[in-house]
Ligand binder design. Structure first.
Ligand code: ZN
Length: 248
């Protein structure tokens, strides 16, 4: 399974860079995880957007869905041109107005991700649980080659504050892609987001191999986030950046 970071900023994009969006590819299946701002201008570096086979959303805050409407137009235009025939399945938590917007005529189809109920996405298996973000938000686990010796696991934290339920959910994952919106000095001052030290603690307690920090703040020196995570986590810590590829 190949993970490519498309965008990694929290809240709003940076010059020439985007907010949350990650491409997961396995056996010819192309899954987009989050669809933040600038996603559609950056994604074509790696994949024509109309080649996506699915989109998974953790929640419906703007920095995770900003380009969803334009992606729906990609599927409309390419369907009308007879380039594609099937609607894009868009998976997300099944609540409220945000979920309603996932379905766009016959071009994209909203499908509820039910926490605790695994879902097959092409060759991948997806698990989810609710985390702690103030509004319904999912942590997402994607498994390739499930049940075989070649099984590999990616866990994505979504946006979340500290939540001890995440420790067992992440346990044994090969890669944890974890939000680190805050420097340690802001611990306890903003609910619904993790400090880098808490991301490191989650990685350490769940015994994952590689921690990839993402969802960065626009202030301070973000390299300090890596140091704060590394002060707790004894495995490998990496910083997300647009274009970073990790073979899992
Ligand atoms: Zn959020």
């Amino acid at each position: 399974m190949l993970l490519t970071v498309i965008g990694c900023w929290g809240a709003y994009p940076n010059k020439g860079e985007g907010t949350s969006a990650y491409l997961i590819q396995h056996e010819g299946f192309n899954l987009l995880l989050e669809c933040g701002s600038a996603c559609l201008s950056l994604l074509p570096e790696y994949l024509p957007p109309e080649k996506l086979n699915g989109l998974v959303l953790s929640h419906y805050h703007s920095d995770h869905i900003a380009d969803l409407g334009c992606l729906q137009y990609v599927f409309r235009v390419n369907t009308e041109l007879d380039i594609i025939t099937d609607p894009l399945p868009v998976y997300g938590p099944g609540s409220g107005e945000g979920f309603q917007k996932l379905t766009y005529c016959d071009y994209t189809k909203g499908i509820e991700l039910v926490p605790g109920t695994p879902r097959q996405l092409g060759p991948l298996v997806c698990h989810s649980i609710f985390n702690s973000h103030g509004e319904p938000c999912l942590a997402i686990k994607i498994i390739s080659n499930a049940g075989t010796p070649a099984e590999r696991t990616l866990v994505y934290s979504g946006d979340t504050g500290w939540d001890s339920g995440l420790v067992s959910f992440c346990r044994g994952a090969d890669v944890l892609l974890c939000e680190s919106s805050l420097y340690n000095k802001f611990e306890g001052m903003l609910s619904g987001h993790l400090t880098a030290g808490q991301a490191g603690k989650l990685a350490e307690e769940s015994g994952i191999k590689t921690l990839v920090l993402t969802h960065f703040p626009h202030y301070g020196r973000i390299d300090d986030l890596k140091k704060e995570a590394e002060s707790v986590f004894t495995g490998r810590t990496m910083m997300a950046r647009s274009g970073l590829k990790i073979e899992i």
